[in-house]
Design a protein around this ligand. Structure first.
Ligand SMILES: [Zn+2]
Length: 204
């Protein structure tokens, strides 16, 4: 009934979809993921993501992160469920790439953790916050090129001394892969033997 009074538009193309959800049929069909082992990143054994960071995935992520449309996380949970099914990730340990404190204050939620918490209601895995974002570092997303490279050094530290042998890292978007690499390097240094990563999208 609510849809009658509040029209609903596709996040990808703007057409009126008039039903619950975020995308029209055409936009949905544009994403043919998940893509398994679609990238090589140092210290990571397998890199998987749902689709490329382009329309409509790009708009979905932007709306979610920058316009606080947090219900879009329902769609991301579906994407991650598909990755979990293909990779048979049952009862694994999943660690989100953390959000910078300043970004967290602006958004009011940790966008990666929020998705994983929702995902956890639908399936069995261990969710751990082992990686912490250093307080005196700036958000990577606000920087470019050389500054980004410089800022990422020692940007993270480990919260927990005893880590499992295998960890699956989660970050929403792979841009250059530098953030995931930095997290994986740190986990390796702290004794984790096998590291995989899952994401929603990869910048092309
Ligand atoms: Zn559409």
């Amino acid at each position: 009934m609510i849809e009658k009074f509040f029209p609903n538009y596709c996040v990808g193309c703007g057409c009126n979809i008039g039903y619950k959800g975020f995308l029209c049929e055409d936009c949905l069909k544009k994403m043919k993921g998940p893509i398994i082992n679609g990238e090589k990143i140092p210290f990571i054994s397998g890199v998987s993501f749902f689709w490329r960071y382009e329309t409509p995935m790009k708009e979905l992520i932007k709306e979610y992160k920058f316009n606080k449309r947090y219900r879009i996380s329902d769609f991301f949970v579906k994407c991650l469920n598909e990755i979990f099914d293909v990779l048979k990730l049952h009862e694994k340990v999943v660690v989100p790439v953390p959000t910078n404190v300043k970004t967290y204050r602006v958004r009011g939620i940790d966008t990666n953790l929020f998705i994983l918490k929702k995902l956890k209601k639908t399936r069995d895995f261990q969710l751990r916050n082992d990686i912490i974002y250093s307080r005196n570092k700036r958000p990577q997303s606000t920087l470019k090129g050389k500054e980004r490279e410089e800022n990422i050094k020692n940007i993270f530290y480990i919260n927990e001394k005893k880590l499992p042998d295998e960890i699956i890292l989660f970050d929403d978007v792979i841009t250059t892969g530098a953030t995931l690499k930095e997290c994986a390097k740190l986990l390796r240094k702290n004794g984790v033997k096998e590291i995989y990563s899952i994401s929603l999208a990869r910048v092309v």
